[in-house]
Structure formats: structure tokens, C-alpha cells
Write a protein that binds this ligand. Sequence first.
Ligand SMILES: *[C@@H]1O[C@H](CO)[C@@H](O)[C@H](O)[C@H]1NC(C)=O
Ligand SMILES: *[C@@H]1O[C@H](CO)[C@@H](O)[C@H](O)[C@H]1NC(C)=O
Ligand SMILES: *[C@@H]1O[C@H](CO)[C@@H](O)[C@H](O)[C@H]1NC(C)=O
Ligand SMILES: *[C@@H]1O[C@H](CO)[C@@H](O)[C@H](O)[C@H]1NC(C)=O
Ligand SMILES: *[C@@H]1O[C@H](CO)[C@@H](O)[C@H](O)[C@H]1NC(C)=O
Ligand SMILES: *[C@@H]1O[C@H](CO)[C@@H](O)[C@H](O)[C@H]1NC(C)=O
Ligand SMILES: *[C@@H]1O[C@H](CO)[C@@H](O)[C@H](O)[C@H]1NC(C)=O
Ligand SMILES: *[C@@H]1O[C@H](CO)[C@@H](O)[C@H](O)[C@H]1NC(C)=O
Ligand SMILES: *[C@@H]1O[C@H](CO)[C@@H](O)[C@H](O)[C@H]1NC(C)=O
Ligand SMILES: *[C@@H]1O[C@H](CO)[C@@H](O)[C@H](O)[C@H]1NC(C)=O
Ligand SMILES: *[C@@H]1O[C@H](CO)[C@@H](O)[C@H](O)[C@H]1NC(C)=O
Ligand SMILES: *[C@@H]1O[C@H](CO)[C@@H](O)[C@H](O)[C@H]1NC(C)=O
Ligand SMILES: [Cu+2]
Length: 577
Amino acid sequence: MLLDASLSAATAALTLGLLVSIMLPQPASCTTRHYTFNIVQHNVTRLCKTKIIVSVNGKFPGPRITAREGDRVLVKVVNNVTNNVSIHWHGIRQLNSGWADGPAYVTQCPIQTGQSYTYNFTITGQRGTLFWHAHISWLRATLYGPIIIFPRRNETYPFKKPHKEVPIIFGEWWNADPEAVINQSLQTGGGPNVSDAYTINGLPGPLYNCSSNDTFRLRVKPGKTYLLRLINAAMNDELFFSIANHTVTIVEADAVYVKPFATSVVVITPGQTTNVLLKTKPHYPHATFLMAARPYATGQGTFDNSTVAGFLEYEEQSDHLHNKTKTLFKPTLPAIGDTGFVANFTQKLRSLNNPKYTLATVPQTVDKHFFFSVGLGSSPCPQNTSCQGPNGTKFSAAVNNISFVLPETAMLQAHFFQNSSGVYTTDFPTNPPNPFNYTGTPPNNTVVSNGTRVVALPFNSSVELVLQDTSILGAESHPLHLHGFNFFIVSEGFGNYDPTNDPAKFNLVDPVERNTVGVPSGGWVAIRFQADNPGVWFMHCHFEVHTSWGLRMAWIVHDGPLATQKLPPPPTDLPRC
Ligand SMILES: *[C@@H]1O[C@H](CO)[C@@H](O)[C@H](O)[C@H]1NC(C)=O
Ligand SMILES: *[C@@H]1O[C@H](CO)[C@@H](O)[C@H](O)[C@H]1NC(C)=O
Ligand SMILES: *[C@@H]1O[C@H](CO)[C@@H](O)[C@H](O)[C@H]1NC(C)=O
Ligand SMILES: *[C@@H]1O[C@H](CO)[C@@H](O)[C@H](O)[C@H]1NC(C)=O
Ligand SMILES: *[C@@H]1O[C@H](CO)[C@@H](O)[C@H](O)[C@H]1NC(C)=O
Ligand SMILES: *[C@@H]1O[C@H](CO)[C@@H](O)[C@H](O)[C@H]1NC(C)=O
Ligand SMILES: *[C@@H]1O[C@H](CO)[C@@H](O)[C@H](O)[C@H]1NC(C)=O
Ligand SMILES: *[C@@H]1O[C@H](CO)[C@@H](O)[C@H](O)[C@H]1NC(C)=O
Ligand SMILES: *[C@@H]1O[C@H](CO)[C@@H](O)[C@H](O)[C@H]1NC(C)=O
Ligand SMILES: *[C@@H]1O[C@H](CO)[C@@H](O)[C@H](O)[C@H]1NC(C)=O
Ligand SMILES: *[C@@H]1O[C@H](CO)[C@@H](O)[C@H](O)[C@H]1NC(C)=O
Ligand SMILES: *[C@@H]1O[C@H](CO)[C@@H](O)[C@H](O)[C@H]1NC(C)=O
Ligand SMILES: [Cu+2]
């Protein structure tokens, strides 16, 4: 099996790492995994156009990281392109290793041309699927790949060991250079050009012109169970995914086990990962099945309304080899804006909450309450220019009406060296500065304010955060991602959050635990997390266009009293701005 093979190859190559682990008192089952990511240009042909992309090691999608829970991972990133680069290990807790998180200007200055930086972190308390991606500008359009975390050697899955495991990573492809696309948008104030295709493992599939050779094929045997590790690495689109004539059983979300449930359609936002079991038909079915993904979209703006497809093919047995007349079945996906379907789906996600595998350690009491409005707004058009945003303004986006401006140096360094003056202020508002009917008629002033403002939290505070969508420029689902933590999704609803009556509905027993949540279109979501990880932690919409427009902010978690609760000093090779 491919995954196991690459894992044992990685283990075999670790003679040097083993020497070190003999000398250090490490648990016997834990290993150090070494990777080198050379950031290089690479020519790729899709949709009959050849284009130079920024890649890792000339691979698209990029290489897999495989490890076990408890392992240390060292990735040396060498920048051999003209762009500044940084890489984020999306969903990895980074306990006491905030220097390895990766968002540019938040935890590190970018790695400049000709420079390198070694990301160094351990995988603590997590097993499942995550992914890595670039965290600067729009480079993640082509710089991404799976992170596969197996359980410790002495531990099993809470389900029967699958016959095979297959990563399925969704992406979004532009014929143009994605950097040019976002730069143009930021300059004109208008929406960016939409993508030309979605991809499965880098392949758009047969529903696009000139693309049928670039189709993902999943070859299976009858009567087996396959673990599909789904990752949404698309830039700006939540997706519905389905395989014709097959249901799948959801077993894990964002590397946390959930109570299993069967569904024929998976909802997955950018930044989310979902492990599902696919049980194949008991007998060879004389048929081929299309798997397909296309957007769930609720905003007013334009989006790529195309469909990526691949084939689920049953391996032919000798008695079928000469039978080429196979019927093709296609899946049915919900309507583009089927928010009811999405709400039903997300309601079903519950933490497995089984002491043998995963406990839902939901904070039962709250030290700090926050209420953040999230959504789009506008910025004035500079004089003597014309802008293509709403009513001749520029599109902007904000949290509590603050459109976050990235500083020119790394916030984590400023924090660690107590040198934040001129970099950020710790006065991020706890509530929207001007309350309004968030999901009603928009206010007449849609202009956001700008700033680099953060929330500072004492170590180990328990935090409750309500994220409220706004309909200022139309209600829209926003996939909010928090770095450095998992959070529990204790409740969600439509309309305006009601602080008097809604808390009574909170699930403090088995809520799903994740790192990315879709704030419902025209609604709200309440999350809780324990601020047990010192550092500076980014939180942002995982629609890259909304992040670019300012839908982002950061939390600072101060050190705790014990030595193990303090952010260590920066690594010596930490990039400089
Ligand atoms: C990409 O292709 C162009 C010509 O189409 C070629 O000049 C260039 O060397 C190639 N670059 C890489 C990185 O392979
Ligand atoms: C990439 O590496 C090669 C070989 O080391 C070097 O000649 C080239 O200048 C580098 N390019 C960039 C953009 O760093
Ligand atoms: C990685 O971090 C650990 C813990 O801080 C440290 O002991 C180790 O030396 C680091 N390894 C490298 C290669 O920097
Ligand atoms: C596996 O080993 C780890 C320590 O290495 C331990 O914490 C855990 O409880 C063990 N799990 C089982 C199922 O024995
Ligand atoms: C697909 O591959 C076949 C065989 O290599 C080739 O003949 C055909 O031109 C390719 N089609 C496209 C659209 O590239
Ligand atoms: C696939 O589903 C369609 C529609 O529900 C059904 O008509 C067909 O018989 C199914 N085919 C197989 C091989 O399961
Ligand atoms: C060939 O495929 C067709 C259509 O799927 C099926 O009806 C038929 O039984 C198959 N024939 C053989 C010999 O397997
Ligand atoms: C998306 O495309 C489908 C056809 O594939 C069309 O029926 C539908 O109206 C389109 N939706 C939007 C919102 O553009
Ligand atoms: C959502 O679930 C409810 C209750 O199970 C059902 O009545 C409703 O039809 C579902 N809505 C959608 C859009 O799937
Ligand atoms: C744009 O202007 C129209 C007409 O003046 C107004 O109805 C609408 O609310 C404005 N939209 C925004 C986003 O300001
Ligand atoms: C907010 O606006 C919605 C839609 O117009 C309306 O139904 C609701 O009653 C309003 N809520 C409040 C608190 O005014
Ligand atoms: C905007 O709304 C406020 C209060 O809702 C109102 O006082 C003000 O006159 C309005 N401004 C315009 C230009 O409509
Ligand atoms: Cu958003």
C-alpha cells in the first residue's frame, strides 16, 4: 500500500535520527521525520495550457508529510524562487513551537530568495489528516500537500483497519498567475478573476475542455473498505463532494475522531479535512462511478461554478476483461446555495468523545467572552482613480469592522522581545464597535476601519467566541480558521445571536472539535477553546480573497508560570524581514 510504503521508507532513511533518539530520552515509539522542501519553479500543463508555477520539489500537488502521533517533524524549506515564501502546517497545534506555525508577518518574516528555514515541531495529541500550504499572498494556490498522521504504534483506529488509504486533496486552478490575479484585485478594488477549474489531486478531470487525460482515478476492489482522506485546499470555495451510487461514513474531522455517520454528500470548507470510509460494493458492478465536487456558494459575488470529477473504477476481474460496455453513473449534488443541507450536515458532526481515543474536553466555564462580526465592507477609492468594488469603492473585509493590516515585521518576534510599539496594539474590540442588525438591512455606512490590533489573553484562559456573519454586502458563509488551537463548536444558528436565549442550547458534552468552522450564511456560530498555547495566533477567513481584504486578526497568549508554559526563544535560522 502506497502510504505504508512511504512511511516505512521514511523510517528506513532515518538512521541518523535514530542515533539521536538513542541518546535522548524519547519514548521508543517516537521518531524524527526529516523533509526538505525546495521551493522551485515547475512547468505544469492543465486545460491545454503550460504554465510555470511555484512548487515544492517540482511536484504538484506537493509532497506528503507522513508521521505518527508523538513524532517530531523537521522540514527544511529552501527558497529558490523570486517570491518570498512561508509554509503553514495547517491544524498542527504547535504546542510551545509557535515559531514553526508559518503565517508571514505573524509568526515569522518570509523566507527570502536564496534563504532557508527549518520548521521544527512535534505532533501532540493529534492523529488523522491535515495539510500544509504556503501562508503568504496567494502562493498556496500551488503550494500545498497532505499531512498524514497515523496513530501511535500501540494504538488503533476506532474503526476496522481499512484495506487502503487514499488522500484526496481539492484545489483550485487558474490559467493565469494567481499572484497577478490577487494583485489586480487589490489594485482595482474589484473581485478577483475566478478560477478556471477545481482539481482533485491536481487534476481537473473530464468535465473541462482539454482535460480528460488529467483525471483522478480511484481503482478499487469489491467488498473492501477504503479510507479517503479528504482535504479542501481550494482558495475561495466551499465544496460539496459525492461519489455516484456510494455513501461514505464520516469518521474524522480536522484530525479529531467523530461519531460515525453515513452520508452521500460531504460538505467541506477550505481549511477543513475529513476522513471518510468508503465501503465498495460486494460484487463487481459492471459500471464506473463518477465522483464530483463543486461549490456550495452563498455570496453575491461571482465564483467558479464548474465541477471537478474523477472516476471510481472497480478493478476488472479476468471474466470481465473483455466487457468494455460499462455504464457511467453520476452523483447528485445539492443546489449551489443549499444552506439547509449544510446546516443538517454540520449538525450531525459530534466528537467521538470516547476515553480510548478522543475526549471532548470542552471548557465548561468561560473566563473571556468575545462577540465578533465577520463579513465584507468597503474602503474608499483613492482620489483620481476609479475602483471596481461596490458603488465605485474598493472591496474590503473585517472582523468587528477592523480590516487587519499585516505589519512589516513578524508579530511573534515583536511580542517575544517586548517590542510591539509600532507593530501592533492590544486593543482589539471585544464586541462590534457599532452594533446593528447584522443580518438585516445593511447600514448605510459600509466603510471599514484599518488597523493591526490584537486580543491579548492570559495563559490558559477559557475563551468563548461568537462569530456573527454580517449581510453588509450580502450574507455569506465564511470558513474561519484559528491557528494554534482546536476549538469546540458548541452551537450555531441563523439570524442574530441572542446572548440571552442561545446559550441554553449550547452542547457542552460532545461538540465537534476542529480548527476551521463555516460561519453560517446569515447566521452565527459559538466556539470555545482553552488558551493553553503561548504565542501569537492568527485567525482568519480561509477564503483567501477575504483574508487578502482584511478578514483576519490575531490573538496573543501570554506565557504561563511553568517553564513548559513559556514560548521558547526563536530558532537561530528564523528569517529576518
Ligand atoms: C518551462 O518551459 C519553458 C518553455 O516552455 C522553458 O523555457 C523553461 O525552462 C521551463 N522551466 C522549467 C522550470 O522547467
Ligand atoms: C536556484 O538555485 C540555483 C542553483 O543553486 C541558482 O543558480 C539560482 O540562482 C537559484 N535561483 C533563485 C531564484 O534562488
Ligand atoms: C527542534 O526543537 C527541539 C525542541 O526545542 C530542539 O531540542 C531541537 O534541537 C530542534 N531541532 C533542530 C534540528 O533544530
Ligand atoms: C500508547 O503509548 C502511549 C505512550 O507512548 C500511552 O500514553 C498510551 O496510553 C498508549 N496507548 C495504549 C492504547 O496503550
Ligand atoms: C490524451 O492522451 C492521448 C494519449 O497519450 C493523446 O493522444 C491525446 O492527444 C491526449 N489528449 C489531450 C486532450 O491532451
Ligand atoms: C446507481 O444509481 C442509480 C440511480 O439511483 C440506479 O438507477 C442504478 O441502478 C445504480 N447503479 C448501480 C450499479 O448501483
Ligand atoms: C457487460 O456489461 C453489461 C453492462 O454493464 C452487463 O449488462 C453485462 O452483463 C456484462 N457482460 C458480462 C459478460 O460480464
Ligand atoms: C451553475 O452552473 C449550472 C450548470 O452547470 C447552472 O445550472 C447554474 O445556474 C449555475 N449557477 C450559478 C449560480 O451560476
Ligand atoms: C434537514 O433535516 C430535516 C430534518 O431531518 C429535514 O426535514 C429537511 O428536509 C432537511 N433539509 C435539507 C435541506 O436537507
Ligand atoms: C450602492 O448604491 C445604491 C444606490 O445608491 C444603494 O442602494 C446601495 O445600497 C449601495 N451599495 C453599497 C454597497 O453601498
Ligand atoms: C433584523 O432584520 C431581519 C431581516 O430584515 C428582521 O427579520 C429582524 O427582525 C431584524 N432583527 C432585529 C433585532 O431588528
Ligand atoms: C445613515 O443611517 C443613520 C442611522 O441609521 C442616519 O442617521 C443617517 O441619516 C443615514 N445617512 C444617510 C446618508 O442616509
Ligand atoms: Cu470569508
